[in-house]
Ligand binder design. Structure first.
Ligand SMILES: NC(=O)c1ccc[n+]([C@@H]2O[C@H](COP(=O)([O-])OP(=O)(O)OC[C@H]3O[C@@H](n4cnc5c(N)ncnc54)[C@H](OP(=O)(O)O)[C@@H]3O)[C@@H](O)[C@H]2O)c1
Length: 310
């Protein structure tokens, strides 16, 4: 019998991390599509031997600690999810953001290379400026508009050529802090919401992304891969869909322009940064359509153990 694949996960306590830990254990996290696995192979509970490290257990800005963790774990694959993700705060904490997203990612890549592990590192649609006017494919020219995007792009460039880099976007999980919870809470309280309708992107349900990451752990393809749910949308459309799903009418969500946000956000975001996922879909299977995923989130958030805030 072949031995289990050893997987080290950084950022295991984050939104994607908690779902990935479940999926690697053969479980179905809240928000997941039953039986969906892009390569069609069910995950068994003994396929992976997983070590998930939270921020508390490993600070990736400590290069020696990263080297020690990888030396001890001896993983076959590292899924690197740890990141500084506060997009607006990053504008005022540039050094810290770069220390985590750029230097931290370089440390993981060096440690993986040194110990013969394959690195899968997460990146973002915010490496693009949004001016293409169409969806972004993996080879498109990058030009980040904000500190977070620049730090993630620098992290990509600090990876080794054989590493796998996964660009994803607008991530939402049952157990993360995200727009679905904010909107659903307001929908259920009888309030209304205003959301921008001039930023277009691709939603990614954390549990669906976790399933895609398992496929990449198995296949270790190397190179750039866009991973997101199918279909493009705007923040307003997401809010409107959540409201409709919860039985609210046309008066629930109001569409506004980014220029109407008050106060204006610190970070500039691309107007159109949807990711074209044809490369992943052609190799395996497309992730479900975004409304299917968001409907699962709206439904399953009521099943969280606390039943309340994430
Ligand atoms: N969320 C999105 O919309 C989105 C979009 C595109 C790409 N991505 C990328 O997808 C990946 C996963 O994102 P996510 O949504 O799961 O983000 P998340 O919920 O913010 O999780 C990131 C995790 O990294 C941890 N972390 C922060 N600084 C660290 C450090 N110095 N050392 C170790 N751990 C540290 C955080 O811990 P603390 O909370 O304790 O600091 C958190 O648990 C990231 O690479 C992110 O850049 C996310």
């Amino acid at each position: 019998m072949s031995r289990a694949t050893r997987v080290l996960v950084t950022g295991a306590g984050g939104q994607v991390g908690v779902d990935l830990m479940d999926v690697l254990a053969g479980a179905t996290p809240l928000g997941a599509a039953t039986n969906f696995q892009p390569d069609g192979r069910v995950v068994t509970s003994d396929e992976f031997e997983v070590l998930g490290l939270t921020h508390h257990e490993l600070d990736i800005t400590d290069r020696d600690a990263v080297m020690r963790s990888v030396a001890t774990a001896r993983p076959d694959v590292i899924v690197h999810l740890a990141a500084y993700t506060a997009v607006d705060r990053a504008e005022e904490e540039s050094a810290r953001c770069f220390a985590v997203n750029s230097a931290g990612t370089e440390s993981l890549s060096l440690a993986a290379h040194h110990h013969g592990a394959h690195l899968i590192a997460l990146s973002t649609d915010y490496v693009f400026d949004g001016n293409k006017g169409a969806g972004y494919v993996e080879d498109d020219v990058t030009n980040p508009l904000n500190v977070y995007g620049a730090s993630k792009r620098a992290g990509e460039l600090l990876c080794s050529s054989g590493d796998t880099i996964v660009r994803t976007s607008w991530v939402m999980g049952v157990r993360g802090k995200n727009v679905v919870h904010v909107v659903a809470d307001r929908a259920m309280s009888g309030a209304s919401v205003r959301f921008v309708n001039d930023q277009t992107g691709t939603v990614t349900v954390a549990a669906d992304l976790a399933r895609a990451l398992v496929t990449l752990v198995r296949e270790r393809p190397g190179g750039l891969w866009n991973v997101a749910n199918s279909g493009i949308t705007t923040w307003f459309d997401v809010a409107d869909f959540v409201g409709t799903t919860l039985g609210r009418g046309d008066d629930f969500a109001m569409a506004i322009a980014t220029s109407e946000l008050d106060p204006a956000p610190l970070a500039t975001r691309p107007i159109r940064s949807d990711l074209v996922t044809a490369k992943f879909a052609h190799q395996w299977t497309a992730l479900p359509e975004w409304r299917d995923g968001v409907a699962r989130l709206v439904h399953d958030r009521a099943l969280r153990p606390s039943g309340g805030a994430s």
